[in-house]
Design a protein. Structure first.
Length: 192
């Protein structure tokens, strides 16, 4: 993966509005922050795939930032929990995606999901994973895939009933498309 944040390069910035009629300026909001790892080896990217029947989406490893954690600490922790791989180095920041949705929580007008994407260099081979119960239920497994293959798999799911249950699938696919368009070396078809 070429360093897309070098001199003159700007990290990407995405805003996605999920539902019609949202007041994006509302102060009555629930915000969740997450950090996600983008790790590449020989044109293949480390993703998480749900092996549960009817699922099968691909996404970058990552999750919620805990109180007192930096984004870099969160991405390293989540990477190890979900894939077993330890981060040898976190950085640079590749970009941010902000999603606006109708909240599930009563009394709020807006749910905001803020995701940061960090380039990560991995240390050695994977160790033991530590999945959350919902991740175990979805049978999350680490997979090395080309970006074009991950995009095609997610696009096939997006408009299906399964895809409708995955609010993150559009965000993750858009990020993959941006990384592929940035010509990150080895990410195109036939390079694996």
């Amino acid at each position: 993966m070429r360093d897309s944040s070098g001199a003159g390069a700007m990290p990407f910035r995405i805003e996605l509005v999920r539902d019609e009629g949202l007041d994006l300026s509302s102060a009555s909001r629930v915000t969740r922050r997450a950090a996600r790892a983008v790790a590449e080896r020989d044109g293949l990217y480390l993703m998480i795939r749900s092996e549960k029947p009817g699922e099968g989406d691909l996404k970058f490893p990552g999750g919620g930032i805990e109180a007192g954690e930096t984004e870099e600490e969160a991405v390293a922790r989540e990477l190890e929990e979900e894939t077993g791989y330890r981060a040898a180095r976190v950085g640079p920041l590749l970009g941010r995606a902000t999603e606006f949705r109708t909240p599930k929580e009563a009394g709020f007008a807006l749910f905001v999901m803020e995701s940061s994407y960090w380039r990560v260099e991995l240390a050695a081979e994977p160790g033991e994973r530590r999945l959350d119960p919902y991740e175990e239920e979805l049978d999350y497994r680490p997979r090395w895939v080309r970006l074009d293959e991950a995009i095609a798999a997610n696009r096939a799911l997006m408009d299906s009933p399964s895809g409708a249950r995955m609010p993150w699938i559009r965000r993750e696919t858009l990020v993959m498309e941006l990384l592929l368009a940035a010509d990150l070396g080895g990410a195109t078809a036939g390079s694996a």
